[in-house]
Structure formats: C-alpha cells, structure tokens
Ligand binder design. Structure first.
Ligand SMILES: Nc1nc2c(ncn2[C@@H]2O[C@H](COP(=O)(O)OP(=O)(O)OP(=O)(O)O)[C@@H](O)[C@H]2O)c(=O)[nH]1
Ligand SMILES: [Mg+2]
Length: 210
C-alpha cells in the first residue's frame, strides 16, 4: 500500500442500527462473517486503502470484526449521530485518495466491478452516483472526489440540511443509470439490510451460495 492512495474506500458504519435492535448491525455475524467484513473484503481488491467511519465506542468491536484482514484506518465522527452525510464527510477527511468509493456497511452484496466502473466514470468529475429505474440516487454506494464533496457536505451541514443528496447540488456529478449499472452488477449490489428479518433472509442466501 502506498502512502498516498489514488483510490480510497470509505465504509460508513456510524449509524445506530435502531431497526436492527439492540446490537450493532455493522459487526453482526452474517452467515459466518461480520457484515462490515464482507463489505471491506469486497472493496479491498479495487481500492488502495479502506477507511471505516464510525462512532468512538464502535472502534474496538470493528477492529475485532476486521482483524486478520488489511488494516483499515478509522475516521471517528467528531459529533455522532449527524446522519450518513456527516459520516461521509468524516470518512473523506481521513481518506488520502483523490477519489473515494463510499459504501454503507449494510450493503454486503456490493459488487467490486461496479465500484471500479464508478471510479472510471467519476474521473475528471466530482462524483459518479448510480440511479436505477428513476429511483433514488444511491449516494451510499457512489464515488466522490474527496475535496469538493467534503466542502459540499460542510456547506449542507451549515445550512442545517442533513439529506444525503443535498451535497450533490454543489457537485459536477455523473449519474450512472440502468444498463450502465446492470452491465457491471446485479441490483442486489444496492440491497441494504436494516431489520433482523432482512438480515436472516440474506444469511440464508449466502449460506446456500457457499
Ligand atoms: N457516521 C454516521 N453514519 C450513519 C449515521 N446514520 C446512519 N449511518 C450509516 O449510513 C448507512 C445507512 O444508514 P441506515 O441504514 O439508516 O443505518 P442505521 O442508521 O445504522 O440504522 P437505523 O437506525 O435502523 O436507521 C449505514 O452504513 C450507517 O452506518 C450517522 O448518524 N452517522
Ligand atoms: Mg438510519
């Protein structure tokens, strides 16, 4: 790993997992592997470094969950619970790459081929954000140029707007749509696990695949 990376990954893990219940879904065991570990393992081949964004109290359990793999760095939210967009900002501040793939810790099926493609699409621009079937922008599985995105997040937070799409209005971004996504990934890449039921269903699929 070089000191200055071209391509970073920021894994967002600073949420409260309230729909999941009284455990942190990031480190919960998903068919034998902590969910965050699955995400890091899938990103690692297509990036130069991995940064994990979280709250201070989560660091020991996340270190345990990621032990034995490549050493990630941690980006701890200075103010917790300000939402995913603030977490993106914290993570990008720690990342050394000019560009970073931002992926939520609850997307265990994230496809590295799509991430690599998003880096290609983002080159020379401020971001590449997927959107399929005219649905929402997949802002937590997207590539951003770190400096303009940090600045855009700071401005959005100053305006008091926590919406994760809000910084896009300040950025020169490309939207990666429909066939451009499907060529590289199946749509399960965007599947995110929030409840115990969703988690168990995904675990069954993973166990059946292995
Ligand atoms: N840093 C940071 N990340 C967050 C925050 N809220 C959510 N996230 C992350 O953003 C991603 C998507 O968030 P959610 O699916 O809502 O996860 P969550 O907030 O932990 O779960 P719920 O409490 O059930 O909404 C996950 O990777 C979370 O870890 C936050 O306040 N700060
Ligand atoms: Mg949430």
């Amino acid at each position: 790993m070089t000191l200055e990376s071209d391509r970073s990954a920021v894994v967002l893990a600073g949420g409260g997992s309230t729909r999941f219940g009284d455990a942190d879904k990031a480190v919960a065991d998903l068919a034998g592997t902590p969910m965050v570990r699955r995400v890091v393992d899938r990103l690692e081949p297509v990036v130069d470094e991995v940064v994990v964004n979280c709250r201070e109290a989560q660091v020991p359990a996340l270190e345990d969950a990621l032990a034995g793999g490549p050493d990630p760095s941690f980006a701890v939210d200075p103010v917790p619970d300000r939402g995913p967009m603030a977490g993106i900002m914290t993570g990008l501040q720690e990342a050394t790459g000019e560009y970073a793939a931002v992926v939520a810790c609850d997307m265990p099926f994230v496809d590295p081929a799509l991430i690599a493609h998003l880096f290609e699409r983002a080159a020379g621009r401020d971001a590449a954000v997927p959107r399929v079937d005219d649905q929402w922008f997949q802002t937590t599985q997207a590539v951003y140029r770190a400096d303009p995105m940090i600045a855009a997040c700071e401005r959005a937070l100053e305006r008091g707007d926590r919406r994760v799409v809000e910084p896009l209005s300040d950025l020169d971004y490309v939207v990666c749509e429909d066939d451009d996504v499907r060529e590289y990934a199946s749509l399960e890449t965007f599947e995110n696990l929030n409840t115990r039921e969703e988690f168990e269903a995904a675990a069954e699929r993973l166990a059946a695949d292995s």
